[in-house]
Design a protein around this ligand. Structure first.
Ligand code: A3P
Length: 335
């Protein structure tokens, strides 16, 4: 007897690909991601890949650029975990490396958001795709949130310069909580819930400590290629941080620049106060999907060291410090 087909049978019959169909790289990656562990808790479920947790869309892009991003020996890569001061580092590195091109009075950062002057390797700008960075002329100034172990081959071993910026995990977590609740429609995460997830190592791009440790160890092994910075250290002596960055990036301040106060000018232009006073960083933004809207202003909140004390108890702070210390045992990195 003939088997009656259901509408869904018919649908899948018409949709099934021809035998010689080769799925696109994107769909292969999506299929692969669907096999990985997923866990709920943050504003979106996170997927675990090689011990790190990612939003699925981000992991897709990270896996895609493993093939498409071709590191060049003169690339400069600014690496961070989100909320550790990426925007600040982008502004500083862009200003330092372009200081012979632009005057402070007529500087691109006065009209362009720091996030837009340095593209991410794995996050395409709106309307672009993941091959966008390949079109950029050398030397390229790029950014990434990828762990060191996921940087495409060549970036982690070739001549590229990598600057890693980390931050006290307590302030990073507080910053993350505010960010998620602000950019994701309907999201209302509590401090208690994100705290316990973070302490387990379950956070976007986490475990936090492993991300830091990989770059820290690389900075010890290859100090002329990897510079490890802390948000708090830049904050306590920003002029010295500018000198250090300029030297590392191969464009040290000249005596003349020292005496004319160039480092101070860089610090002032990239300061939280200056950047937040500019219209470009106050209005406008981009939608990413229908649930996420990134206001230009969302990358600036307080810009302070120690704001965690206003959002978590002393006991929580001590607990997180203990966990991070324990996880970083055997490594001289301390917060
Ligand atoms: P807070 O939420 O603690 O204020 P990222 O750029 O990695 O997303 O990090 C955002 C954090 O860096 C936010 O921290 C933001 O306020 C802070 N920030 C942004 N620009 C800064 C600047 N120019 N100086 C100091 N902190 C800055």
């Amino acid at each position: 007897m003939a088997h009656a087909t259901t509408p869904s049978d018919q649908e899948s019959a018409t949709k099934s690909p021809p035998a010689d169909h080769v799925p696109s790289k994107e769909s292969q990656i999506k299929d692969f991601i669907s096999t990985l562990p997923a866990r709920e808790g943050w504003s979106q479920p996170l997927i675990q890949y090689k011990k790190y947790w990612f939003r699925p869309q981000m992991l897709e892009k990270i896996l895609l650029v493993q093939d498409t991003y071709k590191p060049r020996a003169d690339d400069i890569i600014l690496a961070t975990q989100p909320k550790c001061g990426t925007t600040w580092l982008k502004a500083l590195a862009f200003t330092i490396t372009n200081r012979s091109r632009y005057s402070f009075a007529d500087h691109p950062l006065l009209t362009r958001h720091p996030q837009h002057v340095v593209p991410f390797i794995e996050i395409p700008s709106l309307g672009m795709d993941h091959t966008e960075v390949e079109m950029l002329p050398s030397p390229r100034l790029l950014a990434t949130h990828m762990p060191m172990s996921m940087l495409p081959p060549g970036a982690s071993s070739g001549g590229c310069l990598v600057v890693y910026l980390c931050r006290d995990p307590k302030d990073t977590l507080v910053s993350r909580l505010h960010y998620e609740n602000r950019v994701v429609k309907g999201c209302n995460l509590s401090m208690d819930s994100v705290f316990s997830m973070f302490c387990e190592g379950f956070s976007p791009y986490g475990p936090f400590w492993d991300h830091c440790r990989e770059y820290w160890e690389e900075s010890l092994a290859r100090p002329s290629n990897v510079l490890f910075l802390k948000y708090e250290e830049i904050m306590s002596d920003p002029v010295q941080a500018v000198r250090e960055l300029a030297k590392f990036l191969g464009v040290p301040l000249t005596e003349e620049e020292e005496s004319s106060g160039v480092a101070e000018e860089v610090v002032k232009l990239c300061s939280f106060e200056t950047l937040t006073s500019l219209q470009v960083n106050q209005v406008g933004g981009v939608a990413r999907g229908n649930k996420v809207y990134l206001d230009n202003s969302v990358f600036f909140r307080k810009g302070k060291v120690g704001d965690w004390t206003n959002h978590m108890s002393q006991e929580m702070g001590e607990k997180l410090d203990r966990i991070v210390q324990q996880k970083l045992q055997g490594c001289e990195l301390v917060f």
